[in-house]
Design a protein. Sequence first.
Length: 277
Amino acid sequence: MKTAVLHRLWKEPVQLSGVAETLLIPLWARAVETRRPDAIIRDPIALEIFENLDYDFSKFEGAWMTQTGITIRTKILDEATSDFIRANPRAVVINLGAGLSTRFSRLDNGSIRWYEVDLPEVIALRKLFFRETKRYRCIAGSVTEPSALEPVIAGRQPVLIVAEGLFMYFDEKDVRSVFDGLSMRFPKAQMLLEMLAPCALGMGKYDPCLSKVAGGSLDFRWTLSDCRAMESWGCGLQVLSECNVLEHHRERWGWLNFFAPQALSVLGNRIVHLRFA
């Protein structure tokens, strides 16, 4: 039974500031994809929210690479999360920087516990469209604050942490601090992390979507060319696998297919699967 459901629908004014406004980019991307006859993913809840927010989404039109990348990362993360849930039917899933993600509604097996974590203004917006249950909770707080995850009850259940479109906006010291906290709070947890394409670092003002939110004040601040560098951070991280969004659904990438394979690691965002020792 899907328990995180849309329960209020009207033209809701959007009042988000700073990095919080970036959540509207993946919402737009998933909604636009859902309308396509050849959609890679279908997210009808995202489409409903998109159609019922009072916001100028037209400024993102034409950003086809961003839209395609978000669509493909969504599918990859859906599949990886589903695999974890299949192997651990009573798992605890913690979605950091949840935005207006609808993943729980697609993957709920009736037994998992799911926590959406984001800034207070984001959670306030989420609660206009989703209802909480005993297994589905929204937590208002910054992921950089150790106290933010205190409401999470994991016990001895397997834990999966998802961080999609999040750490690219952090400085490395903050990323490391968050990882230190996660390793202590959730030992043996697994994590699915989106890693920014190295070529995008510091290029936010040229990005066709990021440059159009928060008054163009945001930037891409963190990534790693070699994801395994995280294993030296001292918090017991092990990289299990990584995949590049440009390696999936090549029919949608147009002229990017002409780049040599070795260039993909620089040009494409990656989904990294980690484990805390």
